[in-house]
Design a binder for this molecule. Structure first.
Ligand code: SAH
Length: 395
């Protein structure tokens, strides 16, 4: 096995079981390992630290598979990791009420760069690392063996793949896929999901528990659901007894699906209003009209995928949160989120706090929220927590 030797002092993160080895930490590489090949990581004194997948083109030059020289990285190893991930979901997801959830959450499940989402009998796979790419056929065989899915579909259409020297790719990998959209259930609500052309792998599974909270607090409220996609929070609010829900999204297709999802569940269509448009513009228009709501939900897309974009992204978050606060009735509630990896929970709270100050409201945090437990965070890998949410009440 080729050896990747770290510079003196750069072994600390690996010893703490952080799985990423950055190019700047590397002293030397023996041989010429191929993309995705397993290499041994040694400290500057030549002591073994870990086995990792080599990625010659990426700033993250290697991703650790394990910290154990005795256990080879092979199909058996991958099978154990997949089994562990599947068992965790079996314990923590109520599969009577929910048929769509994340089965494998990459680094946090010890499988760097591999995401597998389950939508009923169909699995959607996303591969974003050179290491997972090398093992893709084995992973597919194992998923078939362990879960007997009707189909496995690939949604590796994410630009981060190019950082690993991989092309974007989508398509049917195993089995046969029924015409899309298909119907999934989340907390007993049904949603149409298009696995082929929907956003992400089809649905924002990470917001499941937060939608459930939205349902709990929506009774009798006038709700603004901004960045509504296919109506995740819209349906939750209606099911919770909201008096009205105004949903905004820039995607006409997503809002059309949302409208159909309301009908699919027999929820009151006459309590819904829909606006296809840019949230930054539409929120201003609502403010200029002095519109007021009891509950405002802001769930924007990732403004800052990495820390480098954090400053610019912060302006975007501040802007929408300021408008969100201005659209609240006295005593109203803001549910606000950021899924940007480049902005941590502390920074997000600071942005929301600045927005409250500028809006002239006295605001209290009632809940600190994050992603649902099928998107766990390994404690050694804090980057796994990417979704931050706050529920804030104004005086
Ligand atoms: N809350 C949703 C997920 C939202 S994802 C759920 O629970 O399922 C973010 C959404 O923001 C996407 O649907 C995307 O189409 C929309 N979006 C992106 N940029 C936007 C903009 N500038 N204005 C309005 N919507 C936007």
């Amino acid at each position: 096995m080729n050896i990747l030797t770290l510079k003196p002092g750069r072994e600390k993160a690996v010893l703490r079981h952080h799985p990423w080895i950055f190019s700047g930490a590397i002293q030397s590489v023996s041989g010429q390992p191929n993309s995705g090949e397993t290499v041994a990581i040694h400290d500057a004194n030549g002591c073994f630290l870990a086995q990792a997948a080599y990625s010659p083109e990426s700033q993250i030059r290697a991703r650790v598979w394990n910290w154990d020289a005795e256990t080879p990285i092979n199909r058996e190893f991958l099978k154990r990791r997949l089994q562990n991930a599947i068992q965790l979901r079996e314990k923590w997801i109520n599969r009577q009420h929910t048929t769509a959830y994340r089965l494998v959450h990459a680094e946090s499940d010890g499988l760097p760069g591999l995401v597998v989402d389950r939508y009923g009998d169909v699995l959607v796979m996303q591969v974003t690392s050179a290491g997972a790419e090398v093992w893709r056929e084995d992973i597919l065989d194992l998923l078939e063996q362990l879960l007997s899915p009707q189909a496995i579909y690939e949604r590796s259409d994410v630009t981060v793949r190019t950082l690993e020297g991989l092309q974007e790719r989508t398509g049917l990998l195993r089995g046969s896929l029924l015409p899309q959209p298909m119907i999934i259930t989340e907390n007993s609500l049904s949603y149409q999901v298009d696995l082929v052309s929907g956003q992400k792998t089809g649905f924002y599974l990470d917001q499941r528990d937060n939608r459930a909270l939205g349902r709990e607090i929506a009774q009798g409220k006038s709700v603004l659901n901004c960045f509504a996609y296919t109506g995740g929070f819209t349906l939750a609010a209606l099911a919770g007894g909201a008096e009205s829900v105004l949903s905004i999204d820039s995607s006409a297709d997503a809002l059309e699906a949302a409208r159909q999802n309301v009908a699919l569940n027999g929820l009151p269509e006459d309590r819904c209003e829909w606006i296809v448009g840019d949230a930054f513009h539409e929120l201003r228009t609502l403010r200029d009209r002095a519109a007021q709501f009891d509950l405002v939900i802001l769930d924007p897309p990732k403004f800052a995928p990495t820390a480098a974009q954090a400053k610019k992204a912060a302006r975007g978050y501040k802007d929408i949160n300021l408008l969100g606060f201005k659209l609240l009735k006295p005593g109203g509630t803001l549910m606000t989120y950021s899924c940007s990896g480049g902005i941590d929970a502390g920074f997000f709270q600071k942005i929301v706090s600045d927005a409250a100050l500028d809006a002239g409201v006295d605001a209290k945090i009632l809940y600190h929220l994050s992603q649902a437990p099928d998107h766990p965070t390994n404690l050694a890998f804090p980057e796994g927590t990417y979704l931050k949410g706050l529920v804030v009440n104004i005086g």
